[in-house]
Structures are given as structure tokens and as C-alpha cells.
Design a protein around this ligand. Structure first.
Ligand code: HEM
Length: 408
């Protein structure tokens, strides 16, 4: 086995998301699979390798996708046990056959038909958001609009009270730092204090919907359960809900922000969109390829394997660089250019691939397109304020600017 510690191993900081592309492009060419001692993961950068790993879910499991990068301390484990914190693997980090059973139910929530039924409400949420900022330029469009917009949409479809958006957003953000960042011992304890109330909130929500089902996706799941634990347990439904209440808005917020940043930075793209708002879906697809908000995702080897000539032991953790795979020149010619007319636009891996492919993709596509179209129609003069520093939070998976100052 070659020495795992290489040039790339030393240079790669998996939590620094400020400008990962140049180093990843070099790695993709020179050493497409390398070891990162910073987190004890093997890093995979080529499109074909990442896709093959996603496809082969027996050899590469999703068991580690919600594993904290910094293992929980004894104090944190005690806090969670004392607080009855008991989400179980249901979707992201679950394996077949349990994953297949639960996923079959959740798939039925996100059908195109069901998504279409939410279209008028999403239009209204987007219009309300744009109305609120119209007279306020210049603004930080993240704090003024895109931070909360996907949460309002998600809460509407899941049947969660809108008044709870601020606290659930805060809980979800902390959960990301806890699992995907590198908190110190005290910070880990502080972040965990939020996890227990978040879980209790979700358990309470499911109990409430169980008592009184309504016209929303949470109630749909309860109806599918039909009171039968062999189909789904209430704890499994609560575990799905806490997953959705993180995965269903942080990702979309960051993806809208990435799209706005690049379209406004190379403003000819923005102007073309304003002239032809019906091309927003293609532009968004290209933005997901160019700068995916889930920039890296994880898998674990079920047995010893060889990836692009590198021997990897069993039970090893892999970091699949979706942002590097999406810029693989073998699949996307001129990968560093924004080209919304690509003939393989939807081949990107921003939503993953295979049995864990993002179940919320239809909702994400719909809500992003509705908002971007509203912005191009109503604020076509939007531009970035010059001289601002674009900052990203330190974590391994979720990339999107923390703030974006714009005017019009
Ligand atoms: C632009 C926005 C989004 C991006 C970039 C994104 C990306 C991803 C990625 C990369 C995965 C992992 C796929 C894999 O392991 O193969 C995933 C899974 C998942 N996503 Fe999304 N996602 C987005 C929006 C959403 C939304 C809106 C929801 C829910 C309403 C959602 C719910 C989920 C769930 C539950 C999973 C786990 C699925 C499973 O393991 O079966 N995501 N997403």
C-alpha cells in the first residue's frame, strides 16, 4: 500500500470551504484518491469513482453520514441519554432493508403531483419574501430572505407552525456544527444543549399530528403508518422529521446563495436570466453542478476495496467530493465555466446518486426556481456590493456564503 500521507494530505483542510476548487482540480488530475489525516478519511475526487461508490451500496455503506467528525465526549453522551435523545437511522445513515422500507414511504410524500399541489403556496411565500425586501436595498439578502425562505416552504409542506421557523433554524444550524464541524469540548456541550429540545419538539409534533392529522406531509406519513408499527413506528417518523427539518432547508438556503453569488458575480448570466426567466431551471441545474451546497458527502467501506488504484481497508471512511466530481473534465467539458446549455446538465452529483438520492430534490428544484424567477422578474437591477468578503462556515459538507450584500 502506498504511503497514505502525501502532498495533498497535508495541504487539504476539509473544513475550509472558502476556495476548495484549485486544490481539488489538481488532486483530481494528479492523485484522485488521497488520505486526509486531519479527519482520518480517504478523499475521492473523480466523477466516475464517486458515482461508482454511490451505486455500490453493498460495498460502500451510508452508515457514517451523520457521524460527528469530533466524537461525542462522555459528558455529551450522558446529556443525550438523560434527555431521552433517541433518533434512529431511518434515511441518510440507514442501510437496506430498513432503509428501503422507510424510503418507500417517504418517496410517496415527494411525488411530482404532491409537489405541484404546493406550488401556489410556494409562490405566495416567495412573493411575500421579495415584497419584504423590495424597498430595503442595500440588504444582506441571506439574512433578509434566503436564510428563512426554504424553512417557510418546508414548514408549510410538513405542517409545522410558521412561528417556529427561527428556533428550528437555530437548532438545525447548531446540529450541523455539532456533526459536521469541529467544535471544542465546551462548544460541543453548548451545542448539545440545543439537541435535546430539538428532539423533544419533533416528538411532540409527531404526537400532535398522530392525534389530529391534517393536510400535510407529516400527517401523510402518519396515515401511511395506519397505526401499524411493522410498517413504521412513531419513533421512526420522528427520526424522519428531525432529518427533514435539517436536510430540507440548510441545503436549499446555501444552494440559492451559491447561485446568486455566481450569477451576480458574472453578471452577464444574471442579465440573460432576467431577459428569459423561463430558463431559470436550467441555470439552477448548472449552478448545482458548478457549486453544490452539499459539497462533500460520506460513505464507509464494508470490505477492503481498491478505488482508482488505491487500496482502502475495510471500515474506512470516505469523503466523496461532490464539488470536485461535478467539475470533472471527463464528464463536463470546460468545467470551470458556467454553461447552462450543457447537454448533460442533470448528470451532476449534487443530489447524490443511487438508493440515497436526495428525496427532497423535487421540492428543492421547485422552490429554488420559484424564488429565482421572482427575483429576476422583480429585481432585475440586482447586483453585488463591491469589496465584500465572502465567508463560509467551517464544516466538511455544507457550503454557501454566510452573507451576500446586494443592492438594486
Ligand atoms: C438544493 C438543495 C439540496 C441539496 C443540494 C441536497 C443534497 C443531498 C445529498 C447530496 C444527499 C445525499 C445523497 C446520497 O447519499 O446519495 C441528500 C439526501 C437527502 N436529502 Fe437532500 N438536498 C437538498 C434539499 C433537500 C430537501 C428540500 C429535502 C427535504 C425536504 C432533502 C432531504 C433529504 C433526505 C431526507 C436525504 C436522505 C435520503 C436517503 O438517504 O434516502 N434534501 N440530499
Amino acid at each position: 500500500m502506498p504511503c497514505p500521507v502525501t502532498d495533498f494530505s497535508a495541504a487539504f483542510d476539509p473544513l475550509d470551504l472558502s476556495d476548495p476548487f484549485p486544490l481539488l482540480a489538481r488532486a483530481r488530475r494528479e492523485q484522485p484518491v488521497f488520505y486526509s489525516p486531519a479527519i482520518n478519511y480517504w478523499v475521492v475526487t473523480r466523477y466516475a469513482d464517486v458515482k461508482a461508490i454511490f451505486r455500490d451500496h453493498d460495498s460502500y455503506t451510508a452508515a457514517n453520514t451523520i457521524t460527528p467528525i469530533v466524537p461525542f465526549s462522555a459528558a455529551v453522551r450522558k446529556m443525550l441519554a438523560d434527555g431521552d435523545y433517541s433518533p434512529e437511522p431511518v434515511l441518510s445513515n440507514n442501510l437496506p432493508p430498513s432503509h428501503s422500507r422507510i424510503r418507500a414511504f417517504v418517496n410517496r410524500l415527494f411525488t411530482p403531483r404532491r409537489m405541484r399541489s404546493f406550488r401556489p403556496a410556494i409562490h405566495e411565500i416567495a412573493a411575500r419574501g421579495v415584497r419584504r425586501i423590495r424597498e430595503r436595498a442595500p440588504v444582506d439578502i441571506v439574512s433578509a430572505l434566503t436564510y428563512e425562505y426554504p424553512a417557510y416552504v418546508l414548514f408549510h409542506v410538513l405542517g409545522v407552525p410558521e412561528a417556529d421557523v427561527p428556533r428550528v433554524k437555530a437548532w438545525a444550524g447548531n446540529r450541523i456544527t455539532l456533526y459536521y464541524g469541529r467544535p471544542g469540548a465546551d462548544e460541543q456541550i453548548a451545542l448539545t444543549r440545543d439537541l435535546v429540545p430539538f428532539w423533544r419538539y419533533v416528538v411532540g409534533l409527531v404526537a400532535e399530528k398522530n392525534r389530529k392529522p391534517q393536510d400535510d406531509l407529516t400527517s401523510d406519513l402518519i396515515r401511511m403508518r395506519a397505526g401499524d408499527d411493522s410498517r413504521l413506528t412513531l419513533n421512526e417518523i420522528a427520526s424522519c422529521m428531525i432529518t427533514l427539518l435539517v436536510a430540507g432547508h440548510e441545503t436549499t438556503t446555501a444552494q440559492i446563495n451559491n447561485a446568486l453569488l455566481h450569477l451576480l458575480r458574472e453578471r452577464a448570466h444574471w442579465e440573460r436570466l432576467c431577459a428569459a426567466p423561463e430558463t431559470v431551471p436550467q441555470a439552477l441545474e448548472e449552478m448545482m453542478r458548478y457549486d453544490p451546497s452539499v459539497c462533500a458527502w460520506r460513505r464507509r467501506t464494508a470490505k477492503a476495496s481498491r478505488i482508482n488504484g488505491v487500496d482502502i481497508p475495510a471500515d474506512a471512511d470516505l469523503l466523496l467530493m461532490l464539488n470536485a466530481a461535478n467539475r470533472d473534465e471527463a464528464v463536463f467539458p470546460e468545467p470551470d465555466e458556467i454553461i447552462s446549455a450543457r447537454n448533460n446538465l442533470r448528470d451532476h452529483l449534487a443530489f447524490g446518486y443511487g438508493i440515497h438520492y436526495c428525496v427532497g430534490a423535487p421540492l428543492a428544484r421547485l422552490e429554488m426556481a420559484i424564488l429565482l424567477e421572482a427575483l429576476t422578474r422583480q429585481l432585475p437591477g440586482m447586483r453585488l456590493l463591491p469589496g465584500q468578503k465572502i465567508e463560509y462556515t467551517r464544516n466538511i459538507s455544507f457550503r454557501g456564503p454566510v452573507s451576500l450584500r446586494v443592492t438594486w
